[in-house]
Design a binder for this molecule. Structure first.
Ligand code: JFZ
Length: 423
C-alpha cells in the first residue's frame, strides 16, 4: 500500500477504534412526527411513523403547525442516557433533522426548529450532549442531507413544490453544510454524522465528506452518504467510514469491513401509538450476537413520544438486554467476526477477541454434547469454560470439530456463552 493510503488507513483505524469496541448503540427517532404518532385526521396512516408527512401527502404549511403543539415536558436527557447505558449501549445517534425538515436543534439557518418554533423553547440535543458526556456515552447526529419535505430546494416533496424549480446544489451549499457546521461545533465532540438516503451525486457526497472532515476529522461518517455499493456480491465502503446495511438487514455471512445494521424494536422508527409489534428481549440479544459474530455493529432504535418519553415496552426490552449484557458483555465489546464459518442454520454463533473464541449457544443440545464444526486442523483449543462462572468443560477434538461435554440444561436459555481459549 502506498504511503498516502497507509496514512488514510491509519487515520481510519484511529477514527473507528471506539466504534469497533462499542458494537452496540441506541438510535433515536424523535421529531414532530412523534405527535401524530401514525394518525392523521382520524385515520391510521400506513408505513413508518416518521414518514407520515409523505404517506399522507400533508402540505408543508399544514404539517409545520404541529410545531405549535410540540412540547415534550417529560423529556429528560439523563433518563434517556441511563436507558441506553443500562442496556449496554455505548453510543447514541439521534435525529437532528429527518426528512420532514424540522430541526430538533437550535439553528440560525431556519426558524423551523425546536427552540424557535415550539413552546418547548429548549435545545434537547444540547441537554443530550451534556448527559452523554457525563456518562461516557458517545453522541452522533442523524441528518437527512437529501430528502427534505419542508425546504423548497430539498428533495422528495413533489406535492407542494415544482421539482423543476429546485436547486439542490444550493440546498447542500447554503443550508446543509452550514447546519452540519452548527451540529459539529455547538455540541462538543460529535461521534457520528449519520447521513441517510443518499447524496445524489458522488461529487456532492465527496464535498460533504470533505466538509465534515475539515470541521471534525474524528467524526465518523455513515455509509448512507452514498448509495449502497455492491460489487460482485461484495459490500464496498464508499465515501463513508463504514458500510450501512438496509433497515433491519442482517447479512448471511460476515463482511470483511466495518459495517452496521440499523434496526427497530417494533416496525417503526418514529413513534406510532398503535405499533405494538415488539421484538422479544431474547430476539434482540440473538440479533446483537448474530450481527457481532459477522463483524458488525447493532444500532437499535427507540422512538420517544411527543411528551419526551421512551415507550415503556422499549424500556422493558432494553432492561432485559442490559441484564444479559452485564454478564456477557465481554463476548460482544471489542470482538471481531468469527474466524470459523458458521451458517445461519447452526444453533450457535462465534465472536472472537484476541485468543478467545466466544461460543454463543442459542439452541442447547440435550444429549450432553455440543459439536462445533469447521475448525481448522491447526486451530488449537487449550481450554473451554462457561463465561459466567468460569466452570471448565471437557472436550474432544477431531480434525475439523470440537466436541464439548455439556450439562443437560443451558445456563442461559437465550444464549449460553462458552469461552474457547486457543493457542
Ligand atoms: C431511512 C429513512 O427513510 C427512515 O425513515 C429511517 O430513518 C431509516 C433509518 O433510514 O430508511 C431507509 C434508508 C435506506 C434503506 C432503507 C431504509 N436502504 O438503503 O435499504
Amino acid at each position: 500500500m502506498d504511503n498516502l493510503n497507509e496514512e488514510f488507513e491509519e487515520e481510519h483505524n484511529q477514527r473507528m477504534s471506539w466504534w469497533r469496541e462499542a458494537r452496540f448503540g441506541m438510535f433515536i427517532h424523535w421529531g414532530l412526527y412523534s405527535l401524530p404518532a401514525g394518525v392523521w385526521k382520524g385515520k391510521n396512516i400506513p408505513g413508518i411513523g416518521e414518514w407520515i408527512m409523505y404517506n399522507a401527502k400533508i402540505p408543508a404549511k399544514e404539517y409545520e403547525q404541529l410545531a405549535k403543539n410540540f412540547n415534550p415536558i417529560k423529556f429528560n436527557a439523563r433518563k434517556w442516557v441511563k436507558v441506553a447505558k443500562d442496556a449496554g449501549m455505548k453510543y447514541i445517534v439521534i435525529t437532528a433533522k429527518h426528512h420532514d425538515g424540522f430541526c430538533m436543534f437550535d439553528s440560525e439557518y431556519t426558524d423551523y426548529n425546536i427552540v424557535k418554533a415550539t413552546p418547548f423553547k429548549k435545545d434537547p440535543l444540547k441537554e443530550l450532549a451534556e448527559a452523554c458526556k457525563e456518562e461516557g456515552i458517545r453522541l452522533g447526529f442523524y441528518y437527512s442531507q437529501t430528502i427534505d419535505w419542508h425546504h423548497p430546494n430539498g428533495m422528495g416533496n413533489e406535492w407542494d413544490y415544482d421539482v423543476r424549480k429546485k436547486d439542490f446544489t444550493e440546498y447542500i451549499r447554503e443550508y446543509v453544510k452550514p447546519q452540519l457546521k452548527e451540529l459539529l461545533t455547538n455540541y462538543g465532540q460529535v461521534a457520528v454524522i449519520w447521513f441517510d438516503i443518499f447524496t445524489p451525486t458522488p461529487e456532492l457526497a465527496r464535498e460533504l465528506k470533505e466538509w465534515v472532515r475539515s470541521i471534525s476529522p474524528s467524526t465518523i461518517i455513515s455509509g448512507r452518504i452514498n448509495p449502497p455499493l455492491i460489487h460482485h456480491g461484495l459490500y464496498i465502503r464508499g465515501f463513508g467510514d463504514y458500510i450501512e446495511l438496509g433497515d433491519n438487514q442482517i447479512p448471511e455471512t460476515k463482511i470483511e469491513d466495518d459495517w452496521e445494521t440499523p434496526a427497530t424494536l417494533n416496525d417503526t422508527w418514529g413513534y406510532k401509538s398503535y405499533d405494538h409489534n415488539w421484538k422479544s428481549p431474547g430476539r434482540v440479544i440473538q440479533l446483537l450476537v448474530d450481527i457481532t459474530s459477522k463483524g458488525g455493529n447493532y444500532l437499535l432504535n427507540v422512538g420517544p413520544t411527543a411528551e419526551g418519553e421512551i415507550p415503556e415496552p422499549s424500556k422493558k426490552i432494553l432492561e432485559e438486554v442490559g441484564r444479559w449484557m452485564k454478564v456477557n458483555g465481554e463476548s460482544i465489546y471489542g470482538t471481531q467476526a468469527s474466524p470459523i464459518n458458521v451458517t445461519q442454520d447452526m444453533p450457535y454463533r462465534i465472536t472472537k477477541k484476541d485468543r478467545k473464541l466466544y461460543l454463543h449457544v442459542f439452541g442447547w443440545p440435550h444429549y450432553g454434547e455440543l459439536n462445533v464444526l469447521g475448525l481448522k486442523e491447526d486451530q488449537k483449543v487449550t481450554k473451554a469454560y462457561f463465561l459466567v462462572d468460569k466452570k471448565e468443560l471437557n472436550f474432544k477434538r477431531t480434525d475439523s470439530s470440537l466436541i464439548l461435554s455439556i450439562p443437560e440444561k443451558p445456563l442461559d436459555p437465550i444464549d449460553t456463552v462458552i469461552v474457547l481459549e486457543t493457542a
